[in-house]
Design a protein around this ligand. Structure first.
Ligand SMILES: [Zn+2]
Length: 492
């Protein structure tokens, strides 16, 4: 047994998600990313004496969405606290946060395991807080401070120590990202810092109940780093214990360049935050009516949506996963399917796979090539559905549809119009097909002979030759039928 297999990691994640409110948590300054440094500020978010913070109601609604989506209890009364510490990027000297009385508690998130199974990860709490500014370490001019981010609203999602491997941590984080983007409360962009993750990790011998000593790893600003840093830290713990040492409780910073975690200087680490209730802010009161209103505004969530795609539409797991990755894509699929059903009169189940194939291959290909999101994809669900309807009623072949699709990317014209103006109508005229097949059979006497001797593969070659001769416009069903008859007649 490998060394690591004798140990079990115990991991908990703290995820900070920046909320997509237009303004900051307690003032009217904009939250936009990438502004000129130190311009999105006012006396309130700089903590000038005599100013008073006013809570942004959208922050409360956003955190309630998240809390309800993961089954948390929403506290009828929660309280803001001051987290006091001194740091150059925090001019106020404290962050407004929630401490003893957070708004959301006791939820859970279902993650997907690599073996196809599912697992629930507990959510201890989710609370509101404001962000601090940023120190910019510039080699030429030493350290600069940008306080634009001071007061930008965050929620902190704290998991139970239910995660048992770096891979599960990755899956959990992925699920959190998927949820916050579905809910429209965070853009989920780890590179820009909209989603940040700290990990608590310890190891224990398999079968042991008691947790080992944990360390905290910070600065995990990509999905890959989370997995790597956890692997690094788990190995380090196991090595220490095996060498007869003990793990020291400490905070480490992940260094992606060196692929290693280093302890923070104890000065930075030894915070005594002296939390106390913020005297400038009244408690947040949430009544049942408000909670219900937020609950009713929740979209269909990713996991139930995926299950619906599988169970009600008979889509394969793979399709359902891809289509529900992002809410915009799932919406596009759902709308296209609805349109197609109203055009063809067929059921959702009958139409689902055709729509899924187009969305998963051609639509996604264009989105990736153009690096756009589905919101900027040029073909509307209605147009895509009209085009698929033309295939299913035999007006065009699937092959021609690919050309129509390319054309639809550059013009606003309806697929019917494109088909007519470009002369792409599928040929279902039996006489024309019969004549073409006769020519193909005549010109490929050698291959036909092989077919008659039992080489079945030749059949699709002859279909291909016929389609080629008719520039892809022949009705493939008719070509198959007529060719088969023709060849059988030769056999006699
Ligand atoms: Zn401000």
């Amino acid at each position: 047994m490998k060394l690591n297999e004798q140990y079990e990691p115990v991991i908990g994640l703290e995820v900070h998600a920046q909320m997509l409110t237009r303004t900051k948590a307690f003032c009217g300054c904009p939250t936009s990313f990438g502004s000129e440094p130190n311009t999105n500020v006012c006396p309130i978010c700089l903590g000038m004496p005599g100013t008073l913070p006013v809570l942004n109601i959208n922050l409360v609604e956003f955190i309630m969405r998240m809390g309800l989506a993961v089954g948390c209890a929403i506290a009828p009364r929660s309280v803001f606290a001051r987290k006091n510490y001194f740091y150059p990027d925090l001019p106020k000297g404290y962050q407004i946060s929630q401490y003893e009385e957070p708004i959301c508690t006791n939820g859970s998130v279902q993650i997907d395991l690599d073996d196809g199974g599912r697992k629930w990860i507990g959510i201890t709490r989710i609370h509101m807080e404001e962000d601090a500014g940023k120190s910019i370490h510039d080699l030429d001019v030493d350290t600069l401070v940008d306080v634009n981010r001071c007061g930008v609203p965050l929620i902190e999602i704290v998991s139970e120590p239910d995660i048992r491997s770096p891979r599960e941590a990755y899956q959990y984080l992925w699920k959190i990202k998927q949820l916050v983007t579905y809910l429209g409360i965070c853009d989920g962009n780890m590179e820009e810092g909209s989603l940040r993750c700290d990990a608590n990790v310890s190891v224990r011998r398999k079968g042991e109940e008691k947790f080992g000593t944990k360390t905290e790893v910070k600065n995990l600003n990509s999905f890959r780093y989370v997995e790597r840093a956890l692997e690094y830290e788990i190995n380090r713990h196991v090595q220490l214990i095996e060498d007869g040492g003990t793990v020291r409780q400490e905070t480490l910073l992940w260094d992606a360049n060196q692929n290693a975690a280093f302890p923070m200087r104890s000065k930075e680490e030894a915070h005594d935050y002296r939390y106390f209730p913020d005297p400038d802010l009244v408690p947040v009161l949430v009544d049942e009516g408000w909670k219900e209103k937020v609950r009713q505004g929740l979209p269909e969530l990713p996991t139930p949506r995926r299950d619906r795609f599988m169970n009600e539409l008979d889509l394969p797991r793979y399709d359902a996963d891809v289509l529900t990755t992002e809410k915009g894509l799932a919406d596009y699929f759902d709308e296209s399917l609805k349109e197609l059903c109203s055009l063809t009169g067929k059921s959702m189940k009958e139409n689902a796979k055709a729509v899924s194939n187009w969305v998963m291959t051609d639509v996604l290909r264009v989105i990736r090539e153009r690096k756009i999101d589905i919101g900027r994809f040029p073909i509307s669900p209605r147009s895509l559905a009209s085009m698929i309807a033309l295939i299913s009623d035999g007006t065009i072949s699937g092959k021609i549809a690919k050309d129509v699709f390319e054309e639809m990317l550059v013009t606003d014209a309806a697929p019917q119009t494109i088909v007519e103006s470009k002369g792409l109508l599928q040929v279902s005229d039996t006489d024309v097909i019969v004549r073409t097949i006769e020519t193909v059979v005549r010109n490929n006497a050698h291959q036909v002979q092989k077919y008659l001797e039992g080489n079945e593969k030749i059949f699709s070659f002859l279909v291909g030759e016929t389609m080629k001769a008719m520039k892809g416009k022949a009705n493939p069903r008719l070509v198959n039928e007529i060719l088969r008859q023709k060849l059988e007649a030769l056999r006699r």
